[in-house]
Design a protein around this ligand. Sequence first.
Ligand code: FES
Length: 103
Amino acid sequence: MSGLEALGAKVLLATEDGSAGVRGFVTDAIAAGAGNYDYYYACGPLPMLKAIVAGLDCEGELSLEERMGCGFGICMGCTCKTSRGPARVCKEGPVFKKNEILW
Ligand code: FES
């Protein structure tokens, strides 16, 4: 049992080879989980995050990964588009509410 499960959270695992949880991608685990979710947290590659947002109707937070030049907010190399305007992943992020991010 994971720490999250001990707190009462439903945890879904997906592995490409099926060695743990659902065999396949996280979208396969979402489909296998019967679809009752209150909230989610996700990190990983952008295509996966987009698939999660498209596949779940509930609110959630995403931790974005970007190439970083300076890592402390001056080069603007890690900027993403948000509903609040451009945001630096290293400074305003890396975690954003799903509805903030403009894909
Ligand atoms: S890495 Fe330079 S502003 Fe984020």
